[in-house]
Design a protein around this ligand. Structure first.
Ligand code: SOE
Length: 396
């Protein structure tokens, strides 16, 4: 009988801050990424941080973390931590990320980067200083890591769409359609910065700018709040919370829906919509881009598929074709299952970990904090425009 010891790679010790839905997705990703991808370092789930003792202990146990803490500042000071992964509401991002970068930790921070451009700019300054010491900072716009969208990016980079004229992006959810759906921190301006706009519209803005390689430089926007107060819950886990209702209602001070047209610096025209009240649409993160040579269309509710139209096809067979982005030639796909077997939401976070660890080898983390700051500036311009009845507003 022979027995050989498995040689392990250099560990990458991770601390996740948060114990909600996102921390759960990230925990799974840190654990799974090295099981399917050949990473240069071996992520280790060192410590989960949560203010809530019971929830933190439980989450750390269930998701496979070595330990739990209620003190993020102490965790950041620990010499054995390499990465700080921030999965808390937006109002806490700047303080934690800046402290972590100063302490020499690599940072992965959930989107949107912050609740306003000023905090985001401070985070960019800290990231740029840290980068000189080989420390990386990345923002978690996870949809970039959907294979079908990464394929769209490849097609656009190759010139298959030609000059981009139209960007049509909608992010439609319906989990807040019911006026009695409970209040959550995602409806609290102090914690979340904005409503559907920053929560899901930010994804569309990032995706659109990343796919086109262009930036939005002006917007004309409208925001709506359809339900002005919601039942209070004693605790919150996942979307909408799980704690008991106590009969009180909490005011909603963010948008339920956002709609805006956008001018791109390169001349393309964009139309954006973000809502968590589009009844029947569960997580329809959609984008369609038309150029003068071709077009792509994508809907996350069919996340394994990309529609592609090309003027290069013979005239008698032109039309959108439906590509299943599950072939080994497609981005990320060769690490997974046989062609056609499909991936899910969680895979985008696994790919995010793969790219994050990859960027430690000097590839350059993207979306960088600077890219995420540009998204923040668009969000701010949308709010400014909406406050002025849709006046066309420059992104500054
Ligand atoms: C809630 O609307 C939410 O969880 C967003 O916060 C995420 O960014 C998105 O991926 C799914 O929906």
């Amino acid at each position: 009988m022979t027995m050989t010891e498995i040689t392990r790679k250099q560990p990458l010790r991770v601390a996740v801050i948060g114990a909600g839905f996102m921390a759960r997705a990230h925990s799974h990703a840190w654990r799974t990424a090295p099981r399917f991808f050949d990473l240069s370092r071996e992520p280790q789930l060192a410590v989960l941080v949560s203010r809530d003792a019971e929830r933190g202990r439980q989450a750390a146990h269930t998701w496979g973390w070595e330990s739990w803490s209620d003190d993020w500042a102490a965790v950041i000071d620990r010499a054995d931590i390499d990465v700080v992964d921030i999965c808390t509401p937006g109002d806490t991002h700047a303080e934690i990320a800046i402290a972590a970068l100063r302490a020499g930790k690599h940072v992965l921070c959930e989107k949107p980067l912050a609740n306003d451009p000023a905090d985001a700019a401070d985070m960019v300054a800290a990231a740029e200083l840290a980068e000189r010491r080989g420390i990386i900072a990345m923002c978690g716009y996870s949809y970039r890591r959907t294979p079908a969208l990464a394929l769209a990016r490849r097609l656009i980079d190759e010139g298959a769409l030609g000059t981009i004229r139209h960007v049509r992006a909608q992010y439609l959810q319906d989990w807040l359609s019911d006026a009695d759906a409970p209040h959550t921190w995602r409806l609290d301006r102090a914690a979340a910065g904005s409503g559907a706009l920053g929560d899901i519209g930010a994804h569309s803005i990032d995706t659109a700018q990343w796919l086109t390689g262009d930036r939005i430089d002006g917007v004309s926007a409208h925001l709506r709040t359809f339900v002005s107060s919601r039942p209070r819950r004693s605790a919150e886990v996942g979307l909408g919370g799980t704690g008991d209702l106590d009969g009180a209602r909490v005011p909603v001070d963010v948008d339920d829906a956002a709609a805006f047209i956008a001018g791109f610096a390169g001349g393309a025209l964009g139309v954006f919509e973000a809502t968590r009240m589009a009844l029947g649409r569960r997580n329809a993160n959609r984008i369609e881009i038309n150029g003068d040579r071709g077009a792509i269309a994508f809907d996350f509710e069919r996340m394994n598929e990309l529609e592609f139209y090309s003027e290069d096809d013979a005239p008698d067979r032109r039309g959108f074709r439906r590509i299943q982005a599950t072939d080994p030639t497609h981005p990320y796909a060769s690490a997974w299952w046989p062609t056609g077997h499909g991936l899910g939401y969680e895979h985008t976070f696994i790919h995010q970990v793969v790219d994050f660890v990859g960027s430690l080898d000097g590839v350059g983390a993207s979306p960088s904090f600077a890219e995420a700051l540009q998204v923040q500036r668009v969000l701010a311009a949308v709010e400014e425009s909406a406050a002025d009845e849709g006046r066309y507003t420059r992104v500054r």
